[in-house]
Design a protein around this ligand. Structure first.
Ligand code: SAH
Length: 243
């Protein structure tokens, strides 16, 4: 049986990597992934063979990993966070009919929404939605439609991919859409470099978020109507009554 493990490595630090992830990588003959993530893994798995690719090489990377697995090697393909959340898991399954001998297994990882939420306190304590502002594979019209829908539904929102080199103003545009429905004092937060040496977070408001600098390593949290700042943390109540 030929196996390809599609592995979420968590935010990037060893302690937030699951035991299942560690076992998959220790058992792999080859580890494929986006080059910056492999830099995080190399010191932890110094004797492994790594195959890195750049950002636009996703399809080729998945085919190469499936191809090597079809030759009989045990292969792991890594994504940061969870591989099923804006990661490689769905693409691997889409390409898998080309490699019928390969069995695919997904190993879950801690996604940025969850590791970021833990840093902030409890911003996702009730219903929430995750939205990516990347319009590389999704039209901006659809992103706008989803932003309006989740704002109308009073969901807390976790935003991935708030900016990239070519899309500096996406967060500002998203805030302007949300501000059509939500008040400017809505509690918000940014987390950057979760689990890495330069980890930081900041609390803010939706009105002020419009002009905040963000990059590809930032995840943004927008509270629901009940979200509050308590002792410097962002808390979305579950609704328990307490005196
Ligand atoms: N599969 C990943 C998400 C990949 S999309 C996961 O489950 O976490 C890339 C986006 O994820 C980034 O633009 C950022 O918004 C978020 N992200 C991933 N790792 C992060 C980290 N260590 N710190 C902050 N945000 C992160």
């Amino acid at each position: 049986m030929h196996r390809l493990m599609v592995v979420g490595i968590g935010p990037g630090n060893a302690v937030n990597m699951t035991e299942a992830c560690r076992n998959a990588l220790l058992g792999a003959d080859a580890i494929f992934g986006y080059t910056p993530y492999l830099q995080l893994l190399k010191p932890l798995f110094p004797h492994k063979t790594f195959f890195g690719t750049g950002m636009k090489g996703e399809v080729a990377r998945c085919r190469a990993a499936l191809g090597l697995a079809a030759e009989g090697k045990v292969v792991s393909l890594v994504s940061s966070g969870d591989a099923g959340i804006y990661g490689m898991a769905s693409l691997v399954y889409e390409l898998s009919p080309e490699f019928p001998s390969v069995t695919i297994e997904v190993v879950p990882g801690i996604t940025a929404a969850i590791s970021g939420a833990a840093l902030l306190g409890s911003p996702l304590g009730h219903d929430f939605a995750v939205i990516s502002l990347s319009d590389l594979l999704t039209s901006w019209d659809l992103i706008e439609k989803r932003l309006r829908a989740v704002a109308a539904g009073d969901l807390a929102i976790c935003i991935y991919n708030p900016a990239s080199h070519g899309r500096r103003d996406h967060l500002k545009r998203a805030c302007d859409i949300l501000l059509e429905i939500l008040p400017p004092d809505r509690v918000c937060a940014l987390v950057r470099n979760i689990g890495r040496t330069e980890e930081t977070y900041a609390l803010t408001t939706l009105g002020a978020l419009r002009t905040r600098q963000v990059d590809m390593l930032t995840t943004v949290f927008i509270g629901n109507a009940k979200t509050r700042v308590l002792n410097g943390k962002m808390i979305t109540p579950r609704g328990y009554r307490h005196a």
